[in-house]
Design a protein around this ligand. Structure first.
Ligand code: NAG
Ligand code: NAG
Ligand code: NAG
Ligand code: NAG
Ligand code: NAG
Length: 500
């Protein structure tokens, strides 16, 4: 029997079990998307070539900037159903941007202007991962957007630590097939991959800037988590490529920031098992066996029986946890409540259920200017219609190096209770870049408490942990996450202990 296939089929069972525990009957989670891709990559059905090498700008020959006249005004959202009654200090917009006219492919965006100084604050694009997960369902409604959904699935409350205190924030559902984003050419759902996602995202951005021309020369930053560890650098790389080609700053890209991000497969996987071991989730024997017998190098196509057995044991030991936040409660009900549950400072583990209900309400879709073509499937936090994934390089480190060489600010953060792409993985990935340390490891402070730890490297790369946060950092530690993004955007180092 092919040894790698037993690892794969075991993960399949695992995914089923995880979904069973964490979500309800409907919908996939951000976890599901990533696990599916890891499985495909193990089975070698995904192209792995490195991004700059296999990236062929010819796919972008057809960049079209269409007229966006009058569309911004039409996209203005008057009010979201269930929004708190107070008058808002900011404007919100939502709508579609066509990225490919002949295929009929359009991406959905939700945009919240800054709560103050919107004319001078930067533009920040947020991307979630998966692949296949929605930046609206996670980023906007559970992490860093101005509203969160109550347990009744129809009313909203304010997130006091929304990132639009620091920037004008754009959420994009990408690629087509995610959330409300769609294609009239259904075969597009089978031909997604990193490369096509980067080019559609780039075409989206150019057209969106045409619709909102006041942001054209604004400082621009890209942020994201999880599999967006691929999307964010790949879009940034595309922007740099076209800026260079035109010898002009078509998009005024200043920096990128990625959290609990897929960066480098080999160190990502090794770091995951080391995290399990150092957080008392698996035995020392299992950990030793994994380190001794598993080959995490990108070229490995099979694993030994000893490796598979140990990996299986690790799966069994961890499957009932929310591996995305090893200390968090899990959701065990898919029911809405008639009356909203009281808000606690800890995010409700069943928030996926509430957001799913909210996004599928016809009045919400109408207010958001979403689903105007009456799609034949529900809105899901993670797409159920995207099939397969064509290309996914094993590393994005060459892209991060490219940004450093081009003076683009790079921050990498990590919620330190995530077990899926944990802090160990991210530390190993950064070590693999072999950068010189500029400011050594030290705690960073917020409100006289340790917000996390940070180390700065030469070339303007900052690594920062967020203490007590899981995979979705702004969901679990909203105040620390806002402080982090404010420091990133202003280019200020995180405050040292000497400032206590
Ligand atoms: C539009 O998308 C289709 C795939 O659906 C692709 O074949 C075509 O090349 C794309 N056109 C442009 C201009 O990018
Ligand atoms: C997709 O098809 C619908 C129905 O024909 C049409 O209204 C819509 O504009 C098309 N979408 C795009 C992006 O062309
Ligand atoms: C690029 O633009 C700058 C001025 O903006 C000019 O000095 C330089 O010669 C240009 N380079 C090329 C290769 O066209
Ligand atoms: C993996 O294979 C590629 C091409 O076959 C080779 O260039 C590379 O050095 C190999 N990497 C490792 C870690 O063996
Ligand atoms: C779009 O609207 C149709 C008809 O109301 C509905 O059945 C479908 O679930 C909606 N899909 C999305 C993605 O919002």
């Amino acid at each position: 029997m092919d040894k790698s296939s037993s690892l794969i089929s075991f993960s399949t069972i695992l995914i089923f079990i995880i979904s069973f525990f964490i979500v309800s009957s409907h919908g996939k989670t951000q976890s599901g998307g990533l696990d599916r891709l890891s499985r495909l990559k193990l089975s070698q059905t995904v192209g792995k070539g490195s991004f700059p090498d296999h990236f062929n700008p010819a796919v972008l020959r057809g960049i079209r900037i269409l007229s966006q006249k009058g569309m911004k005004e039409k996209d203005k959202i008057e009010r979201l159903p269930g929004q708190p009654p107070q008058k808002l200090e900011f404007s919100q917009y939502g709508g579609y941007v066509t990225v490919n006219q002949s295929a009929g492919r359009a991406l959905y965006y939700y945009f919240v202007e800054a709560q103050h100084s919107k004319e001078s604050l930067p533009l920040l694009l947020w991307l979630n991962g998966g692949p296949g997960c929605s930046s609206l369902g996670y980023g906007a409604m559970q992490e860093l957007g101005p509203f969160r959904v109550h347990s009744d699935g129809k009313t909203l409350y304010h997130n006091h630590f929304a990132w639009n205190h620091a920037a004008n924030v754009l959420f994009l559902e990408s690629p087509a097939g995610v959330g409300y984003s769609y294609s009239n050419t259904s075969s597009d759902y089978k031909s997604n991959g990193d490369k096509s996602t980067a080019s559609d995202n780039y075409v989206f951005l150019l057209n969106w800037l045409e619709r909102f021309p006041e942001y054209k020369n604004r400082e621009f930053y890209i942020a994201g988590e999880s599999y967006a560890g691929h999307y964010v650098p790949q879009l940034a790389h595309t922007i740099l490529h076209y800026n260079k080609k035109a010898n002009a700053s078509i998009v005024n890209l200043k920096g990128i920031i990625i959290g609990n991000a897929v960066i480098n497969d080999e160190t990502d996987v090794r770091g995951m098992y080391d995290y399990f071991a150092t957080h008392a989730l698996i035995s020392d024997e299992t950990a030793e066996q994994i380190n001794k017998y598993c080959d995490f190098s990108p070229n490995a196509t099979t694993q030994t029986t000893e490796c598979n057995d140990a990996a299986q044991q690790a799966d069994l030991d961890t499957f009932a946890l929310d591996i995305y936040n090893i200390y968090a409660p899990v959701c065990n009900s898919d029911k809405l409540t008639v009356k909203p549950k009281r808000i606690s400072s800890v995010i409700d583990p069943c928030s996926d259920v509430y957001v799913h209900a909210y996004m599928n309400r016809p009045d919400v879709q109408e207010a958001l200017h979403a689903n105007v073509t009456k799609l034949d499937h529900d809105w899901e936090a993670c797409s159920e219609i995207i099939r397969g994934w064509n290309d996914s390089p094993t590393t994005v480190i060459p892209l991060l190096k490219e940004f450093i060489a081009n003076g683009i600010r790079v921050w990498i953060f990590s919620g330190d209770t995530d077990g899926r792409i944990p802090v160990t993985s991210t530390k190993y990935s950064i070590e693999a870049m072999k950068l010189k340390v500029k400011t050594f490891w030290h705690p960073w402070l917020l409100k006289e408490e340790i917000g996390g730890y940070t180390q700065v490297y030469e070339g303007d790369l900052t690594f920062a942990t967020v203490r007590g946060a899981g995979h979705q950092v702004p969901s679990y530690e909203p105040r620390r996450a806002l402080s982090l993004i404010m420091h990133f955007l202003s280019g200020r180092p995180l405050p040292d202990i000497s400032n206590l």
